[in-house]
Design a protein around this ligand. Structure first.
Ligand code: FES
Ligand SMILES: [Fe+2]
Length: 379
């Protein structure tokens, strides 16, 4: 049951998917205040484990200091080198690769080669820049702004729905990412509608769910989609495995979008965190972190079911990811030549709420389209 009975205005125009000025506004107003899922605690399990990312034009380094996870700008205060160029690794100390300055868990300097050469000590220019880091379940989030809501506040009601899912009965399986030649909103909007299923996923999903079993929640900071998966042969086998693992199948599929860029999908057999990051006006990077059901049952049968299920879930998730990925460059090229204003169907109504969030944060005037009012939410 969709909330709207008539089509909606495509608030964002083709220029919003190509313009360097819009990209800069989105970085400043949408992305720097947001929380970003980057990895899991398993990626930083041992003291000294580290990962580096280029996140929103910002080089960052995550590291385990004796069990404490920290995020720093991956830039040395001495003469600006990246501390490390390795993507991941383990080291006894956080040491800059250029002249060997070392830093502790607070980002303060430790050992400095030939330290007397720096007398008097410039304390104001000696610390690494630190970023906020928090976890939701086993997923590690980073925020690049100094102030703002905690992760829990930022997620709002989604925190309760998610935090026990990333871990617990669901075990971390894998992370993958890909760069796409399209604006980040092309990827995000694709994930918000089931309308493309028959054309893009004819084997994996087959058909779009009928409106009677499609429910949307449409809120200012997030939207959700819920459906009931078909009672067919494949899904009955899947439900059997869920029971072998000691859980009760719900037959529900959920998809969430915390505006702007964070999405999570859930089935009885998995929890999938997907996040899309702009890397330029017309390029983006899409990262997925997948958990598969382990359940509470122990014993060889449950273990075998888990080991059977996990590669199948990973295979299907990556296949769907690739099927969608083939379309993104075509959508981008179309946007760059389009004379049209676009239109959003009732099945695609979540896109309107996503676009409204982007619009409100990146337009300097609040002359927002009157098509939908603030109180116009799904039941
Ligand atoms: S630039 Fe890092 S120690 Fe010199
Ligand atoms: Fe898709």
């Amino acid at each position: 049951m969709f909330t709207h009975q008539q089509h909606l205005e495509h608030l964002l125009q083709p220029d919003d998917y190509t313009s360097p000025a819009q990209y800069q506004r989105e970085l400043q107003r949408l992305f720097y205040p947001a929380w970003h899922p980057l990895c899991t605690i398993h990626d930083l399990a041992q003291p000294g484990d580290f990962l580096t990312f280029d996140l929103l034009e910002t080089p960052i380094l995550l590291r385990n200091f004796g069990g404490q996870l920290r995020a720093f700008l991956n830039v040395c205060p001495h003469r600006h080198s990246r501390l490390t160029d390795e993507v991941r690794g383990r080291s006894a100390a956080l040491r800059c690769q250029y002249h060997g300055w070392e830093f502790n868990h607070e980002g303060r300097t430790g050992k400095i080669p030939d330290a007397k050469a720096f007398r008097p000590w410039d304390r104001a220019n000696s610390c690494l820049r630190r970023f906020r880091l928090e976890t939701c379940g086993e997923v590690v989030f980073v925020n690049l702004s100094e102030e703002g809501p905690s992760l829990r506040e930022w997620l709002g009601p989604l925190w309760e729905r998610w935090h026990s899912s990333f871990g617990g009965a669901y075990r971390y399986a894998t992370t993958w990412e890909a760069d796409f030649a399209c604006n980040w909103k092309v990827v995000l909007e694709n994930s918000l509608e089931s309308y493309h299923i028959p054309m893009v996923h004819p084997q994996t999903f087959k058909d779009m769910p009928p409106e009677e079993v499609a429910w949307h929640e449409l809120e200012r900071t997030f939207t959700t989609f819920k459906t009931i998966i078909p009672n067919d042969w494949v899904n009955r086998r899947q439900a059997h495995i869920v029971r072998l693992l000691g859980e009760q199948p719900t037959w529900e599929y959920w998809h969430y979008n915390r505006h702007p860029h964070l999405t999570v999908s859930t089935l009885d057999v998995n929890r999938l965190v997907m996040c899309v990051f702009p890397t330029g006006p017309t390029t983006c990077r899409y990262r997925s972190i997948l958990f598969t059901l382990r359940g509470k049952k122990s014993g060889p049968l449950a273990w075998a079911a888990y080991r059977l299920l996990r590669p199948i879930v990973v295979y299907v998730a990556k296949k769907v990811f690739a099927e969608d990925g083939r379309l993104y460059p075509a959508v981008q090229r179309g946007l760059e030549a389009s004379p049209h204003r676009g239109v959003i169907g009732t099945r695609e109504e979540r896109i309107y709420y996503f676009q409204r969030f982007v619009w409100e944060h990146t337009r300097d005037t609040r002359d927002i389209s009157p098509t939908v009012t603030d109180g116009d939410h799904a039941a």
